[in-house]
Design a protein around this ligand. Structure first.
Ligand code: GAL
Length: 369
């Protein structure tokens, strides 16, 4: 997707100046689409709870940023679908019935949700796809550079295998949910780095991103390839990396191979400290969530110039071309970069990472205050 995400800064700026943005901002009352003040409600639909990011970061950050941008008058109405497509459809309908002003939508199933997006559109409610590119007539999209996530995971994995890595090295790929368009991009990004360099001995998608599904399928991969023949495991996120580690330990593996992850969940950062997991991908949730809140509020308040400045990339979904978008950068989290990523950004303190159980391991890698 990154390849088609072209920056159109100059042209959008011109467009909004020529369009109604300036007039709207001046509040001349003649605008075709009346804009709102600070008393707004943002509907936030998040996909699941197995991953800690949603309740711990995405929701509270968006809630606080909307409050800040609206002098504490704006509200966020939050619903989590707990990985259920039908529950999310109901939650979306509820937001429409409640007449929220804008919807931030992180889809469980990006394709199935299209009908709901159309309903919101028909009700005059703008929809901004959050983190996952929902199909249907969305107004904007904000996410991380997901292909880069896969590339960073794979490059770090190759680095862990060292210069002797070759096609005799057997890798297992534990990919994410087939209904999540990001999962496909993580996989593509990873394959662009791994192909031809190692052997992908087994590769599977994981329903709902569930750690227990990854664990069960990993157990089958171990049985097929042999517990001592797996050079490394590409796990698309931290939750599944946890499942993979359980499966390897249950099979009697004592020297764990390099395993990847994503999301910099606290458990995973601690596993990186103890070398059980080789890496995670740090994605700045504040960067993504705050930009989403800004997009929602500027959209409603008719601040077109600011909205355009926030959405200078263009992305095509299977149904909609040239969606105004913002793609946020990511970086690898390894033992060497814990301090410069999650600690520097205030996601976790060293105290939270280096609890009694991890004190010695933290000291061994020089992670201290
Ligand atoms: C992806 C998201 C990741 C992770 C994963 C599992 O869509 O980009 O950060 O949360 O879902 O829930």
């Amino acid at each position: 997707m990154r390849r088609i995400a072209i920056s159109v800064a100059a042209s959008t700026m011109t467009l909004s100046l020529a369009g109604c943005g300036v007039l709207n901002a001046a509040g001349d009352g003649a605008s075709a689409s009346p804009t709102k003040g600070n008393d707004i409600t943002v509907g936030l639909l998040l996909p699941e709870k197995a991953n800690t990011r949603y309740d711990k970061f995405d929701y509270p950050i968006i809630r606080d940023k909307v409050a800040e941008l609206t002098q504490k008058q704006g509200k966020v109405k939050y619903a989590n679908a707990d990985a259920s497509v039908t529950r999310q459809a109901d939650q979306l309908q509820q937001m429409i019935d409640d007449k929220v002003d804008v919807i931030l939508l992180d889809a469980v199933d990006s394709h199935a949700v299209a009908a709901g997006v159309q309903k919101a559109k028909d009700a005059g409610i703008p929809v901004i796809a959050y983190d996952r590119l929902a199909e249907g007539p969305i107004d904007a999209y904000i996410s991380f550079d997901n292909e880069l996530v896969g590339e960073v995971q794979a490059r770090t994995l190759l680095e862990a295998l060292g210069p002797k890595a070759d096609t005799s090295d057997k890798i297992v790929m534990v990919n994410g949910s087939p209904t999540d368009p990001n999962a496909k991009q993580f996989k593509q990004g990873a394959l662009s780095e791994l192909s031809g360099k190692v052997t992908i001995a087994d590769s599977f998608d994981t329903k709902d991103w569930k750690p227990e599904n990854a664990e069960a399928r990993m157990a089958a991969a171990i049985a097929k390839i042999g517990k001592d023949n797996i050079a490394a495991v590409y796990a698309a996120n931290d939750g599944m990396a946890g499942g993979v580690i359980k499966a390897l330990k249950a099979a009697g593996v004592t020297q764990l191979p390099p395993i990847t992850g994503q999301d910099a969940e606290l458990d995973a950062v601690q596993r990186v400290v103890t070398s059980e997991q080789y890496m995670s991908v740090y994605k700045s949730y504040p960067d993504e969530a705050e930009a989403a809140a800004q997009m929602a509020v500027t959209k409603l308040q008719g601040k077109d110039i600011q909205f355009d400045a926030l959405t200078q990339d263009r992305v095509d979904s299977p149904t909609t071309k040239d969606v105004p978008s913002k793609l946020v950068q990511v970086s690898a989290l390894t033992q060497r970069t814990i301090k410069d990523t999650v600690v520097a950004d205030g996601i976790y303190t060293i105290g939270q990472i280096c609890t009694a159980k991890y004190k010695a391991a933290c000291a061994a890698i020089g992670l201290k205050k």
